[in-house]
Every structure is written in structure tokens, then in C-alpha cells.
Design a protein around this ligand. Structure first.
Ligand SMILES: [Zn+2]
Length: 451
């Protein structure tokens, strides 16, 4: 008998935690944190106490109380007794926060399987981030073509296109036939060929179940969405038409987006200015020959922006050891101020203070290349616009989503044609039901027998 249980990603975008059980074998597909995780009880500086392990989380039922899953240390202050692992393996689809974060609570003897590139992203986060700590695990790395045997199951990871490299879907061969898990994916990105290959393979299995993401399953989409080539084209036009500074804001690990802006900068004879963190990530990703990223230490188009710290003089000692590696490529606010027409700069929200020293000329361009805010009362968005208005910068919204739109989702489900579809990572299960055949709407923690 094969069973599915959903401990996250139910009626919400993100936080996927899917338990698949077949005879005696149990695996989790993703183990992420939802975007609204704990927000009813914790806010700003009121956060779960680190010292209390899972105690503060269990208090508010924020994580499932499952035996044989968590580490001894994390359970120490709870009334759930530690038990030897009952989970055979956790498979991570990609390195986005909402798919991986909670592996930090797992028993270290439960192996975690992830793509080669996903491991690099996670290492980079741990080495340069202040908060990332995924814990100690036996990590098994995979690529497309691998077949991973876990007890009665065989798992085939297949790369798909998403807004982070090294994203995978899975074909899981169970005693009741194939179960397909999409992870997060899109059909309009630079590697849509990967997604098409995954869909072909999924369809050929005549699957018994499809666990399908539905981020953009919405009655009407109000947000602007472009394809990646369109993002490049529109940005190129903006850059061509000005002799002022260009600032871009995008998800730091969206390497496709980084490459788009890098190409636009290069084509227009501008220097691409990135943060030490992005430079560090790029050097890390050079280890994966499939990702083809420029080397920030060797590439003449790239400069690395250093904020002034302690001494105020860019003294090497002011910076973390990992940051120092790129000081040959150092530029600061003065460089930007004097070379406004010659730069294209990554500028994230928390770097806005630097604008005060960079003094962008009125009419400088600001390309917001990530999703639009979810609510009109978004405070960060309001503050961002206040800054842009203050410096008289021109705002552009230019973004390509990491997810399929509604029509493509419907088309995908029909193409794969599974016996049953379980919609996850969506706020709109009901809408799935009105467009797709064989939808099984899901409830959290309930067991669904398949086959
Ligand atoms: Zn994702």
C-alpha cells in the first residue's frame, strides 16, 4: 500500500513537506518553511527561542509531531520522546527557502538527497549568510539520470527549469506505479527544454499520482509576467536610452536573472557591480560545469561593491574572511558616483543606505526585477518607493516568474494525464478542480492511499 501525507504546502504557497510511504519505506519530498510560518505568534524581535529547540514550535503546532524524524537535541525541551529514525530519506527539489529550511531540525542520521548544484547553493548560504544553518546530514548528491534506490522505492530526479538552477522534479517508482512530484517549475524560462523533458518522462510513466505545484493557479492574474528573453530585451532598451546609472533589484540566487543583467551590462559597455555575497556564490557555482557562470575574479565586466565598515577606509580587516577574496575588484560609493553612466548595479533593499553616498542623478533608472508585492499595504514596498522618489529615480517593473501560469498548469496536468492529482504549493486547490480532471483536494496530515 502506498500513502501520501502532506505536512506543509497545503492551501499555501511554499513550505512543502510531503511524506510518501510504500510498504516499509518512508521518504519526505522537501522539508521547507512556509512564508507565513509562525506569523500568528512571532513577529519582528519576538522569535522562537533558539535554545528551546522544537519546544516553541510545538507549543503552537507549527511543525508536525512525528516520531523518528527529529534530532535528539531539538527534542530535548519537548515532551515528544526521541526515537530512532523512521524516515529513510529526505529529497530536496531545489534550494529555495520554502523547500529546504526545516531540515535543520532533522535527525542527522536521516540522509538528505539533493542536486549537485543545490548543495553548492546551500553551502554558499551557510558560509555567507548570518542565519542559514541546515544542520549536519549525510548528503547524497544527484543529477538527472541517477536512480536512487531507497527500500522499496526508486527515485529518479529529473532537472526542470525554475528561478534557481539545479531544480528537480521526481519520478518515484512505488509498488502502486509511478508518483510524479513537480517541485517548482516553469515552461517559459531559458531552460524550458529541461521542463519539457521532465514532462515527457512523466507522461510516459502513465503515473498513478501527480503531486503538482500551483503557485500561479489564480482566477485572474493581475501581475505583469515576461519571459526571460523579454526581461533582457526590455532592460536593454532602458539601458540603451540613458546615460545615467542603472540599479537592478532581483532575487540573489536567480542566476538566470543575474546572467540577463550581466549580458545587458556587457552589451552596453557598462560594468556590472555585484555584492561580495553574489561574487562568493558565483565562485562556488563555478564548480558545477553545467551552470556556466562568469568568474567574478577574472571577468573584466564585473566589479564588487564594498560598503565602508568599521575603519571607514576599506581596510581588509573590516571584512569577513569570505568577503576579502574579491578586494582586487573593489569599488565603493565614490566609484559609482563618478561613473554613473558606466555602471549597472545590483542593489537590494538593505543596501539602500548606500544611495546617500552614491548620489544618483535625477532620472537614474531602477529596474525592479522580482515579483510585485502581494498586498497594497506592503510596508517595504512603500519605503522602497519613498527612497526612489526622494532620489527622483525612474521605476520599472520587469520580471519573469519562476512558475507556470494557470493555462500552462492545466495543460501540463492534461498532458501527463495521471490517475490522480494532488495540488500543493497553491492557495487555489478549488480552481484546479474546475479546470483539471482527477483532482484530489488535500487536507493537512490526512493519509491518502494511492493505487
Ligand atoms: Zn521555488
Amino acid at each position: 500500500m502506498t500513502k501520501l501525507r502532506f505536512y506543509g504546502g497545503v492551501n499555501e504557497i511554499g513550505g512543502n513537506k510531503i511524506l510518501l510511504e510504500d510498504k516499509g519505506t518512508k521518504i519526505f519530498l522537501d522539508f521547507g518553511q512556509s512564508f507565513t510560518f509562525g506569523s500568528d505568534f512571532f513577529t519582528s524581535w519576538l522569535q522562537p527561542r533558539g535554545l528551546n529547540g522544537l519546544g516553541d514550535y510545538f507549543e503552537f503546532n507549527l511543525l508536525p509531531r512525528l516520531s523518528g524524524l527529529y534530532s535528539k537535541e531539538m527534542l530535548a525541551s519537548t515532551n515528544l520522546a526521541y526515537a530512532e529514525p523512521e524516515i529513510d530519506c529526505v529529497f530536496l527539489s531545489h534550494a529555495h527557502f520554502d523547500h529546504i529550511t526545516h531540515i535543520q531540525f532533522l535527525d542527522p542520521s536521516i540522509p538528505v538527497c539533493m542536486g549537485v548544484g543545490t548543495k553548492l547553493f546551500m553551502e554558499s548560504m551557510e558560509e555567507t549568510g548570518y542565519f542559514a544553518d541546515y544542520g549536519q546530514h549525510t548528503c547524497n548528491k544527484f543529477r538527472t539520470g541517477h536512480k536512487i534506490k531507497i527500500g522499496d522505492l526508486t527515485v529518479e530526479p529529473i532537472a526542470v527549469d525554475h528561478s534557481i538552477p539545479a531544480a528537480y522534479g521526481f519520478i518515484i517508482h512505488t509498488s502502486e506505479g509511478a508518483v510524479i512530484y513537480t517541485g517548482d517549475l516553469r515552461r517559459h524560462g531559458p531552460r524550458k527544454d529541461l521542463t519539457e523533458n521532465f514532462l515527457e518522462r512523466a507522461k510516459a510513466e502513465e503515473p498513478t499520482a501527480l503531486i503538482c505545484e500551483g503557485t500561479r493557479m489564480a482566477v485572474k492574474e493581475t501581475r505583469q509576467n515576461y519571459s526571460e528573453p523579454q526581461v533582457r530585451e526590455i532592460s536593454d532598451k532602458i539601458v540603451k536610452a540613458t546615460d545615467k546609472a542603472i540599479f537592478v533589484m532581483h532575487a540573489s540566487r536567480d542566476i538566470d536573472r543575474f546572467k540577463s543583467f550581466y549580458e545587458v551590462a556587457k552589451k552596453n559597455g557598462r560594468k556590472m557591480i555585484i555584492t561580495p555575497k553574489t561574487a562568493y556564490l558565483l565562485t562556488k557555482l563555478l564548480d558545477d560545469e553545467h551552470l556556466k557562470v562568469p568568474d567574478p575574479l577574472k571577468d573584466d565586466c564585473i566589479r564588487v561593491y564594498y560598503k565602508k565598515k568599521k575603519s571607514g577606509t576599506y581596510d581588509e580587516k573590516d571584512y569577513f574572511a569570505w568577503e576579502r577574496k574579491f578586494m582586487d575588484k573593489l569599488v565603493g560609493s565614490e566609484f559609482v558616483r563618478k561613473n554613473q553612466g558606466k555602471i549597472l548595479m545590483d542593489l537590494d533593499f538593505f543596501q539602500f543606505g548606500e544611495l546617500i553616498d552614491m548620489k544618483p542623478k535625477a532620472g537614474s533608472e531602477f529596474i525592479h526585477s522580482m515579483s510585485e508585492p502581494f498586498s497594497e499595504e506592503d510596508i517595504e514596498d512603500q519605503v522602497m518607493h519613498n527612497w526612489l522618489d526622494h532620489f527622483k529615480m525612474k521605476f520599472h517593473q520587469v520580471h519573469a516568474s519562476g512558475h507556470m501560469g494557470k493555462d500552462q498548469l492545466v495543460e501540463m496536468v492534461k498532458e501527463i494525464n495521471p490517475k490522480r492529482v494532488f495540488p500543493v504549493h497553491t492557495e487555489n486547490q478549488k480552481l484546479f478542480k474546475s479546470f483539471c480532471p482527477n483532482i484530489q483536494t488535500i487536507e493537512a496530515e490526512k493519509a491518502y492511499v494511492i493505487g
